[in-house]
Design a protein around this ligand. Structure first.
Ligand code: G3P
Ligand code: MG
Length: 229
């Protein structure tokens, strides 16, 4: 079972911070998932459009400039990191799943990844780009066909994984609420891997393994590894 640290090791550290990413590297997670928005032409790593849940800021992300955002406390003295900082920290040591959250992120991402390949030696084969916004993924496919795509869905579409196949994705990334045998079978028939979010208990993890799921996103990647020992 492939284990992604969901928002880093977010069960023990402030989510989507460098501390949570470092903890994922320290526990040898197979992959790390982070969420990104575009702010002032930079990609910043944060999950919500509102600042109050994960930082000491208030109001909407879009009302802040990058320098203002970087002054906020994202928990335990951590700052909201940029994607660049995360790429530099991870340095190809595991799979990095970058989830595009906001508008105008696709072009910016591809531009940044070209720069990262040149300046940081980022190996694109370690990256998985995902989003619930499927036209954004289509844009990625056009701009950079070599980037692997994970097609996210919180639902079970009428034609199951057809949307993911159409996007040329390598995986379908599904919510644990609805994932079932039929969805997994359809994914397998289309040659897609199945990754499921967010799985924080052993019983569910084992059920998913029995269903034939390939990987899970967990806030507790270290504990998750032990469930499959
Ligand atoms: O990518 C898996 C999962 O992170 C998707 O949902 O809301 O936690 O970003 P969310
Ligand atoms: Mg996410």
């Amino acid at each position: 079972m492939f284990i992604f640290a969901h928002r880093g090791v977010s069960g023990h550290f402030p989510e989507n911070t460098l501390k949570a990413v470092q903890a994922a590297l320290d526990c040898d997670a197979d992959g790390i998932e982070i969420d990104v928005y575009a702010v002032d032409g930079e990609l910043v790593v944060i999950h919500d459009r509102e600042l109050n849940r994960t930082t000491n800021g208030t109001g909407e992300l879009e009302d802040y400039s990058l320098p203002q955002l970087q002054q906020l406390d994202a928990g335990q003295g951590e700052k909201i990191p940029t994607l660049w900082q995360v790429l530099k920290l991870v340095q190809n040591r595991c799979v990095l799943n970058i989830e595009l959250k906001g508008h105008n992120t696709a072009e910016l991402l591809v531009k940044l990844l070209h720069k990262a390949r040149g300046e940081l030696g980022t190996d694109w084969s370690t990256l998985l780009i995902s989003s619930f916004h499927h036209p954004l993924l289509q844009q990625i496919r056009t701009l950079a066909p070599e980037l692997a795509i994970g097609a996210l869905t919180a639902s079970i579409p009428l034609d199951y994984c057809a949307f993911a196949a159409e996007l040329g994705a390598v995986s379908v990334n599904c919510d644990r609420a609805f994932i079932d045998e039929r969805m997994v079978k359809d994914a397998k028939e289309r040659g897609l891997k199945v990754f499921v979010y967010t799985v924080n208990n052993e019983r569910e993890a084992i059920r998913l393994q029995q269903l034939g799921v390939d990987g899970i996103f967990s806030n507790f990647p270290h504990e998750a590894k032990s469930w499959f020992d």
